[in-house]
Each structure stands twice: as structure tokens, then as C-alpha cells.
Design a protein around this ligand. Structure first.
Ligand code: WTA
Length: 680
């Protein structure tokens, strides 16, 4: 990859980043520290990495203390954190609180999507720590009764209903390794993930509400099950009382199973090795199928504990609202394990922010007195469009802290969160992390040491995390220059034993550690800039991965779906900046002989992608081209297509292709332009 030709001025959805603007909050004065003090303490935490993380981990309850904080595992770069230690996240999240005064504290407040004529929610469920603990124990019994035990694998395909965290916690209680599949995914996605993990049991639901519509999830699961014959049993949650197909001897209603388990049923938590896998979560990469990232127990719990305290300043009196879906890593870490380990009260919502009106979240913040709000730039940009009136209808004075996640936040969206939602009272941060990192690694730390805010920055790396921005050779870039984001030292919460990533540990090493040989740097595949205060500003992916409304989509996967259509011989997908979604996919398609390029086929291909890969992935535009630009050796000139799609000039493009001559790139560019005109 060649970085030259990159503009130094960095923009997020067209807005220039304000590197020099600093904001301090009078009402957070006691948490403010100078940048210098922060950096000094940070440096120390990195120099004494093991001691530092050891002291954080000590704040958790371990069944058996670790012998060594950090050790390289059986494969290069697959580390073991807190080796020898025994722990259980279900115990940390539940039993510990049930034994304390928190027993009757609310763990979850859940709100269903439907509303009555007055716009009030029709369904609200409140679960105390005791009730949650009891339910998790009973569900653990159900899993055991199916013969499942430590090391077995299950798949959870559930929407945002309380049974989702309940099954996750029950599995982790017994050391059963689970994968959650986002409820917006298609049957193909579900099946390939179940197969890759080797799951024996699937948990799903009859249906749920999404923007006022009923989604029949069991129907989709049934389709997936025809492609996943190794699934022996299916547990179905009854959410809507829909009539669904139940296969005798395979499918069971959760209610019927629960009827047979007494309230007193107690399932002892397994004493799990710290590095034992907790879950596998599939995420898109540059090539091939989505990768199954493995997270462990001890390191993961330690990072979540640290970040809940430092980043979210979590306190017992808080009402904490994270708007993510548990199907993604943000929900795993910051709707389930993180806040539960801290004994927090968590608001969980089934539906969309604009149903029945664009003030649904603001109404919820007011009604429950939410104090901490964790959301996404796409949602903010979408809700901003409806104007401030929807916000002003509600009293949001309970809010004290706001963060965003999932993609870069443009300065105007940041300002809206800061001015209109937080009324200039709340620190607003943009927490950077990835599925692979397990938890937040770069963020402001209002709960520990708050440095001045800047609209849109990620801030400095958290303590104990050695993040940096480097050039092509792995050397730190001069301040103000763009480069690659890397993590230079291992951190707790990183992909873990036995292989980091499902399958081949060699692939894990190649994907994340090969870019800077011998250095041991973890490649995040993001571009970033470090400003003169050393703040990091992540500016988007540096690989073939798109972030569409915060969803991570591999262009390669999308291209494979397009090429699997009978009319398509070749396809290339690239991201185009979008004022709301951040980025949208655009597809360039070469047709097989005998197929006519027309608008009917465009609609057909969009429907195909929706069905095979999901609604988020549907290209905004599909262009028919005569041929795709390729290098002499036959590789598609991806960066040319990317630059072309995002409207960059040919000047930016000509230096981008490693193998092709400038003339060749220019020719390919012009040809692409010509065939675009022809396909209009
Ligand atoms: C992007 C989501 C800028 C980034 C937790 C990363 C961000 C990818 C931010 C991981 C942020 C996440 N600012 N970019 N605050 N947070 N990203 O695995 O490109 O779905 O590589 O994890 O999201 O996406 P993933």
C-alpha cells in the first residue's frame, strides 16, 4: 500500500476535522487533567503493562488467581491473559450482585417497540439482578438437560429481547461457547455461521417487531436449518404467539421447557480458565468469509471492567442506555457483560429510534431518567434531520455522559450531541474499537482522567493500551500526518486462545500481524491521524471493508453474492461517502453474454443482495460496465474503483496502484467513465 497522494486535510462525510478546537467542561472540572499528565501516566501504564493490567484485574472476583499476567500461547501472537486464573463471567455479572445489596436492584429495563394510541409503550419488563440470576440458572438447566456441557457450541439468533442476554449468560455460566447472529441477517448468513462454529443447538424466536412490522424470525431460521443439518435441537422463544412450524423432536418452545424447571434450580458456574473461549463473533474482513473472532473470559472481563469505569464512569445510581444491537460486539460488551459486571441498571429497547416518531429515544431517556447514553453517528445524523423540536419536547436533564461508536463521527453530528442532546453539560466522546479488540481502546475517560474534548476525535488511547499511527514501514508518523492505526502491545480483551480466530491460527497471524513483520503490531486496518496534542482521529477503513450505518461489510462478500447471480460474471463493490449512513455500497457489474443491462435487472440484483446478504448491504447504485479496471497481472484495481466512487480526482488515483503504470490507470479510469455513461 502506498500512502502518498493522501490529502493531509482529513474529512469525515465531507466535514474537515477541527484538530485545534478544545473544549473543557466546568461541571467536570474535578475529572479534568492536563494532556501532559495524561500522557505521563499513560506512558507508565505501557512500560509496566503486566503490573498495570494485573492491578486492574485484581478488582474482579477470581475463583483462582492467575500465575502469569501475560504469556504467548501455542501460536505466535495468540496470547494468554491471566494464565492459570479461573473465572466465570456469568458469576461476575450475577451471583456477585445477588449476594450483595444489589440483589433487588434492576438489571434490565426492557421496552418493546409497540405503542398505544397515546404513544406510550405497550410492553415494559423489569428484571432485578435476582430475577435475572434465577432465569439464567433455569435456562442453564435447560441447556444441561439437552446434554450440553463445557466446550459445546450453540448459536443464538434472537432480536433485542431479554432472552438474548439470558441465553448468553447461561451459556457462559456453563462454559458453552456461543455465537450470536444479528437478527437482521439472512438464512444464508445464519447457516454459514452455525456451520463454521459447529453449533449443535440453535435458539431463536417466533417473531418480533421492527418499525411496526412483524418479522417472522423462525421462518428464516427454518430456511437456515435446511442448510445446517448438524443442528440437533432448536429452542424457540414465544414473543408474539405466532403460528410457526415446529419439528417434532427437534424444536421446543422455551415456555414448555421452563415449565419443567423449578425456580429453585441452581446451576453452579463452571470454573473457567481465564483464556478459555467465551464466545465467537463473526466479522467481515478483506477477503474470504467472515472471520470468527474468539474472545476469552479473563482478559475480556478485565478490559470491560476498566472501560465501564473509566469511559462510562459507571455508578450505582446510573441508568445506562446503549442503543446498539446485541447482535454486534458493542451489544455483547456494553449491553451485556460490561454493565452487568458493574451491577448497572441497563435500558434495553427492541425497536428502531424513529418508531412511532423520531423522538422515541428522547422519550425513553426522559421516562427512565437515563444518565449515560451510548449511540452511533449514523443514528445521530438521521435523527438530527428531523430538527431539534423532537428533542425539545422532552426533558433530557438526567443525561450526564454521552459516547458514540462504530464509525467516525463528523464534527456537526458531534456538536448536535454536545449542544442539543447533552445541553453542553455532558462530555461527548467517540470510542474507538473493533470486534477484534473486545472493548474500547481509544476514548476520553470521563470516569478517570478527562482531557479536553474536541469535536469528532477519538482522543488518546486508554491506559494500558499502546495505540499508534504508523507509516508504510511501521514508523510513527509525524504529528498531523495520516497513517495506519496499530496496537503495538497485547491488550486484555484481544482475540484469544486457542487460535485467536476460528480455524487456522496462521490466518490470524497473517491478517493482523504480517503487515509490519517482526514488530508484533496489531493492524487495525483503519487510517488515522495523530494531531499535535497526540489525539487520535480515526478516519475510516484502509482496506476493502465498508462501514454502512456502522455495520461492517466486506466488499468481497458482497461481490461473491453478486457473482452468484446467473447474469453476473464479475463484480466490484466500493464505498461512496453518504451524509447519513457514512458510506453506501456501489456495485460495478460485468454481465454474462445474453443478459441485457436494464433497470429491471438492477432491481433484480438489489433484491438478490437483500435476500442473500441482508438489507444493509443492498448497493445504492449498480452500474453495468464492459470490463473492470485491472492491472497487467489481472488484479482488479480496487483503489482506483474506490477513488472513482468517492469522487476523488485522477491525480489522487494515479499513485495508488502498486503494479500499474500511470498511463494504464488513466486508461482504465477513462474506460470506466465511458462505460458508466453508456450504462446510464
Ligand atoms: C470503525 C465496532 C471511528 C473502525 C465497535 C473500526 C470507528 C471498525 C469508531 C470496527 C470510532 C469503530 N471512530 N471509527 N469511534 N468505532 N470504528 O468490528 O473503522 O463493527 O475498524 O466494531 O469500526 O467495526 P466493528
Amino acid at each position: 500500500m502506498i500512502l502518498s497522494g493522501m490529502p493531509e486535510e482529513v474529512t469525515i462525510v465531507g466535514e474537515v476535522l477541527p484538530f485545534d478546537e478544545k473544549i473543557e467542561l466546568e461541571n467536570w472540572k474535578d475529572k479534568h487533567v492536563s494532556i501532559k499528565d495524561y500522557l505521563d501516566y499513560h506512558r507508565k501504564s505501557i512500560e509496566e503493562l503486566e503490573e498495570f493490567w494485573g492491578s486492574v484485574a485484581k478488582e474482579l472476583e477470581w475463583f483462582k488467581p492467575w500465575e502469569k499476567v501475560l504469556e504467548e500461547g501455542d501460536h505466535p501472537y495468540v496470547y494468554k491473559w491471566f494464565k492459570g486464573g479461573k473465572i466465570n463471567l456469568s458469576y461476575l455479572a450475577l451471583d456477585r450482585h445477588v449476594k450483595s445489596w444489589r440483589k433487588n436492584k434492576l438489571a434490565y429495563i426492557w421496552e418493546g417497540e409497540p405503542v398505544n394510541e397515546k404513544g406510550e409503550p405497550k410492553e415494559v419488563k423489569k428484571l432485578t439482578y435476582h430475577e435475572l440470576w434465577q432465569m439464567v440458572n433455569r435456562v442453564s438447566h435447560i441447556l444441561k438437560n439437552f446434554g450440553l456441557k463445557k466446550g459445546d457450541k450453540i448459536a443464538i439468533y434472537l432480536p433485542m429481547i431479554p432472552e438474548l442476554p439470558i441465553f448468553m449468560l447461561a451459556a457462559s455460566r456453563l462454559g458453552i461457547i456461543f455465537t450470536v447472529i444479528f437478527s437482521g441477517f439472512t438464512a444464508e448468513n445464519l447457516s454459514s455461521r452455525m456451520n463454521d462454529l459447529g453449533a449443535k443447538l440453535l435458539i431463536t424466536v417466533d417473531g418480533f417487531y421492527r418499525r411496526g412490522k412483524v418479522i417472522n424470525l423462525k421462518e428464516i431460521a427454518d430456511k437456515a436449518l435446511t442448510l445446517s443439518p448438524q443442528i440437533e435441537k432448536v429452542v424457540v422463544v414465544k414473543r408474539l404467539n405466532l403460528k410457526v412450524n415446529m419439528v417434532e423432536g427437534r424444536d421446543y418452545w422455551l415456555n414448555d421447557l421452563l415449565d419443567k424447571v423449578p425456580y429453585s434450580a441452581n446451576a453452579e458456574p463452571e470454573l473457567l480458565e481465564s483464556e478459555y473461549p467465551l464466545y465467537v463473533l463473526f466479522t467481515s474482513g478483506t477477503t474470504g468469509k467472515p472471520k470468527g473472532i474468539i474472545h476469552d473470559n479473563g482478559g475480556y472481563a478485565t478490559l470491560l471492567h476498566a472501560t465501564m469505569k473509566w469511559v462510562f464512569d459507571i455508578k450505582d445510581e446510573d441508568i445506562y442506555f446503549c442503543t446498539a444491537d446485541i447482535g454486534w460486539v458493542t451489544g455483547h460488551s456494553y449491553i451485556v457483560y460490561g454493565p452487568l459486571i458493574e451491577g448497572a441498571t441497563i435500558l434495553m429497547y427492541e425497536g428502531t429510534p424513529d418508531y412511532p416518531a423520531p423522538d422515541r429515544w428522547w422519550s425513553m431517556i426522559e421516562r427512565y431518567g437515563v444518565t449515560i447514553f451510548y449511540t452511533t453517528p449514523t443514528a445521530v445524523r438521521m435523527l438530527m434531520r428531523f430538527g431539534d423540536e423532537y428533542v425539545k419536547k422532552h426533558d433530557l436533564s438526567s443525561l450526564r455522559l454521552i459516547h458514540s461508536v462504530g464509525e467516525p463521527i463528523n464534527p456537526s453530528a458531534w456538536r448536535w450531541l454536545f449542544d442539543v442532546i447533552g445541553e453542553k453539560r455532558c462530555p461527548v466522546g467517540s470510542t474507538w474499537w473493533m470486534t477484534e479488540t473486545g472493548g474500547i481502546l481509544i476514548s476520553h475517560l470521563p470516569g478517570k482522567a478527562l482531557i479536553p474534548l474536541k469535536p469528532g476525535t477519538n482522543g488518546l488511547p486508554i491506559f494500558g493500551v499502546d495505540a499508534d499511527v504508523v507509516d508504510d514501514n511501521g514508523n510513527s508518523v509525524p504529528l498531523g500526518k495520516k497513517g495506519y492505526l496499530v496496537i503495538k502491545k497485547p491488550w486484555p480483551g484481544m482475540p484469544s486462545a486457542p487460535t485467536g480466530m476460528l480455524g487456522d491460527p496462521e490466518r490470524y497471524r497473517k491478517v493482523y500481524f504480517e503487515r509490519f513483520p517482526g514488530k508484533g503490531y496489531f493492524l487495525c486496518s483503519d487510517y488515522a491521524v495523530k494531531d499535535k496534542d497526540e489525539y487520535i482521529w480515526v478516519a475510516g477503513r484502509a482496506d476493502e471493508v465498508l462501514k454502512v450505518s456502522g455495520h461492517r461489510i466486506g466488499t468481497y462478500e458482497l461481490e461473491s453474492v453478486l457473482v452468484s447471480h446467473k447474469a453476473v460474471t464479475e463484480a466490484a463493490v466500493a464505498g461512496k461517502p453518504d451524509p447519513i449512513k457514512g458510506e453506501v455500497p456501489i456495485a460495478y457489474v460485468v454481465l454474462k453474454q445474453g443478459f441485457e443491462a436494464n433497470s429491471k435487472l438492477i432491481e433484480e440484483l438489489k433484491r438478490w443482495v437483500r435476500e442473500k446478504h441482508g438489507p444493509v448491504s443492498v448497493p445504492e447504485s449498480i452500474f453495468f460496465v464492459n470490463k473492470l479496471p485491472k492491472t497487467r497481472s489481472g488484479k482488479i484495481m480496487r483503489r482506483l474503483i474506490k477513488a472513482f466512487t468517492s469522487g476523488a480526482s485522477l491525480g489522487d488515483v494515479s499513485t495508488l496502484e502498486d503494479e500499474a503504470a500511470v498511463e494504464e490507470v488513466k486508461g482504465a479510469y477513462e474506460e470506466l467513465m465511458k462505460s458508466m455513461k453508456a450504462s446510464k
